[in-house]
Design a binder for this molecule. Structure first.
Ligand code: BGC
Length: 376
């Protein structure tokens, strides 16, 4: 073989090794399987595996997080989020586990708001109020799914077109969320929402976490930090009163670590109204990590990083053990907690809260990361 041919052969073999590595990388990164169907649309379960071998599972039904398998301090992997084994279970079960909720995450008082001089009426699905976008909010829709190619980490884009006046909200709205599962065990959720008419939006992910591994007891021993100097107190229907109250000297001060259980039963008016923690915290600006939970028994840590102004800490006060999730695990009272990154509840009726107006001129773009690690 002359020199030129030899060089060509070497280049070709390097190239084919690169292609093989690349394609095998892609093959193992995201696997999809049929999960069921709903409303005439196919629903899939996607398994995303990072280089550590840690796994998350997602579905395009409600753009949900179904499972998060991460190690404890001894390397034992367990699922730390609520989800169901099948599409049938999702249709029978709790509406919000791991779902993207919208158009308006959290509550709107009496299901009414006024925008550009016009009053809009929403369905009332939470007593006298509207919760999480109404009866058929984004949690109950089959989203389009696209596995992203040529990314550094496994990633999927879910998108949904919400027609004008869906659930009573104005504007044709396009929403997408890109989930990326990094090699540092971070779920990065990048949201983008656009509209053709002025409207209001508030999107979040409603994942429940139990760092013991779900099904292994409650979350009362989880140590929590929330970098928030204030919170928004609620009335008896969990609608903000409009006050922004300092957390100092209250059971809502999580600026230094406290377990959930330490103060949750105190005879505090707000804890009684919320049946525990079910409140929006007003995040301090310029904090790198906005909230954290740590389980001393397993060493698992969850950090939350968001560009949103608020986080709803919800401690599973309405869970009652009637829901059985993946692997038959029972979801008991206070056995999961949520850090719902968001704008404040009922903002369309509170001019002083950070605005939630979405106009055709500028998309809503936002990012939240849930990062898992262990403390030795
Ligand atoms: C709310 C709770 C509600 C739960 C339903 C949370 O965002 O704040 O009050 O019960 O969602 O899953």
């Amino acid at each position: 073989m002359n020199n030129k041919l030899l060089t060509l052969a070497i280049i070709l073999s390097i190239f084919s090794v690169m292609v093989a590595c690349n394609s095998s990388k892609k093959q193992v990164m995201v696997k999809s399987e049929k999960f069921g169907s709903f409303s005439g649309k196919d629903v899939y379960l996607y398994t995303l595996t990072n280089k550590k071998g840690d796994v998350i599972k997602l579905t395009n039904y409600g753009a949900s997080v179904v499972e998060i398998d991460v190690p404890d301090r001894n390397g034992k992997r367990e699922n730390v989020t609520f989800g169901y084994d099948s599409m049938e279970d999702y249709l029978k079960g709790d509406l919000y586990f791991g779902k993207v909720v919208g158009r308006y995450a959290n509550r709107i008082a009496k299901g009414k708001f006024t925008l550009d001089g016009q009053e809009y009426s929403l369905s009332l699905n939470d007593g006298v109020n509207t919760l999480h976008g109404g009866n058929t909010g984004w949690h109950s829709r089959v989203w389009n799914a696209q596995i992203l190619e040529n990314t550094d980490f496994p990633a999927i884009r879910f998108s949904y077109s919400s027609p004008d006046m869906e659930e009573g909200y104005p504007g044709n709205v396009e929403v997408e969320v890109v989930y990326t599962w990094t090699d540092d065990d971070e779920i990065v959720m990048d949201y983008k929402v656009t509209t053709d008419k002025n409207t209001v939006i508030n999107v979040t992910n409603h994942a429940y976490f139990n760092l013991h591994g779900v099904g292994n007891g409650d979350i009362l021993d989880h140590e929590v930090i929330i970098k928030a100097s204030a919170f928004t107190p609620v009335d008896s229907t969990l609608i903000p009163t409009g006050e922004v109250r300092k957390v100092e000297g209250t059971p809502f001060d999580f600026r230094t670590p406290h377990t959930i259980g330490e103060r949750i039963e105190q005879p505090d008016e707000q804890l009684i109204l919320g049946r525990g923690y079910d409140h929006n915290f007003v995040l301090d600006e310029a904090e790198e990590v906005d909230a954290m939970a740590y389980d001393p028994s397993t060493g698992r840590v969850l950090e939350v990083i968001t560009d949103q102004p608020g986080i709803q800490l919800y401690t599973g006060n309405f869970l009652d053990g009637t829901q059985k999730g993946r692997g038959g695990k029972v979801y008991n009272y206070r056995s999961g907690l949520c850090f719902e990154t968001q704008h404040f509840p009922d903002t369309p009726n509170h001019a002083d809260f950070p605005a939630v107006l979405l106009t055709p001129d500028e998309p809503f773009v936002s990012s939240t990361t849930y990062r898992f690690s262990v403390r030795k």
